[in-house]
Design a protein around this ligand. Structure first.
Ligand code: G3P
Ligand code: CA
Length: 266
């Protein structure tokens, strides 16, 4: 039996611990990469609105921090690729960042889109979809984990052990710090370049003390890898699907979610 999982309630149900994957084969959750980055400038309000319109279960976002300690949503550690400015995010204030145009590089019709602060993003989108928050290069930003924890706690979003909020990162040290700050928030480790094949079973076991998701890059995915991840009790999201062919392929796997620039392909 295969059924479409839609939006918050169903997403929550799909994660109930009691569910046995062998009993009901759920279709993977639909996760909008940087919103709907195939259609709109990534990590902007336009992109997040589009993803919601396309019926995503989760919005995936990337977090970095400004010179004045504000959390902002941008993928790169510089503004060079996705705005009309130049420079490092960590060397600019929120006001400086938000004076930049984050839309025109993608298409002139998006001129005027801004780099959103995390605060603004939560005001607008928390509750409209589940959130998959990536801490990007946390080693560049001392105490970014504390800022994130404070922002989620101030909104009561730190009690999100129903998986409506998930935080992921490549950085396992940052994830360990987050686990202490936000013990109820599920955490995911991102893996690529076969790094997981080099993780011994005993290390995977210790990872499972604070990690709920192991999320591999699509190029390293195999049924064997998925089984290994699941055998250790992790859930798994695969990233990043960009074609219909890939969407069809991965939709057939027994995984928890797929991150895509084109969420409608899922
Ligand atoms: O959700 C995982 C994916 O977003 C990680 O890669 O480079 O797109 O942030 P990246
Ligand atoms: Ca990301």
């Amino acid at each position: 039996m295969k059924k479409r999982v839609t939006f918050l309630t169903a997403a929550f149900q799909s994660f109930k611990k009691s569910r046995k994957r062998s009993e009901v084969r759920m279709k993977p959750l639909k996760i909008g990469h940087r919103g709907a980055a195939g259609y709109c400038p990534e990590n902007t309000f336009a992109s997040f609105y589009k993803a919601i319109e396309l019926g995503v279960d989760y919005l995936e976002i990337d977090l970095q921090m400004t010179k004045d300690g504000e959390l902002v949503i941008i993928h790169d550690s510089t503004v060079n690729r996705t705005t009309n400015g130049k420079g490092k995010v960590k060397d600019m204030t929120l006001q400086e960042l938000q004076s930049l145009d984050a839309g025109s590089w993608f298409d002139p019709k998006f001129m005027g889109e801004k780099i959103p602060s995390f605060h603004e993003f939560l005001n607008e989108f928390a509750g409209k979809a589940c959130l998959l928050i990536e801490l990007k290069k946390p080693s560049l930003y001392p105490n970014i984990e504390i800022k994130l924890a404070e922002e989620l706690k101030s909104r009561g979003l730190d009690k999100a052990n129903d998986h409506r909020i998930i935080v992921q990162s490549f950085d396992r040290n940052a994830l360990q710090r987050l686990h202490h700050l936000l013990p109820a928030v599920p955490l995911g480790v991102l893996v690529k370049n076969r790094s997981i094949s080099r993780i011994a079973d005993k290390d995977l076991k210790s990872l499972s003390n604070y990690i709920s998701y192991v999320n591999p890059k699509k190029t390293m995915v195999s049924k064997r890898l998925i089984k290994r991840i699941q055998r250790h009790g992790f859930k798994t999201f695969i990233w990043t699907v960009k074609t219909k062919k890939e969407a069809n392929l991965f939709n057939r796997l027994n995984i928890d979610g797929i991150v895509s620039d084109f969420p409608d392909y899922l």
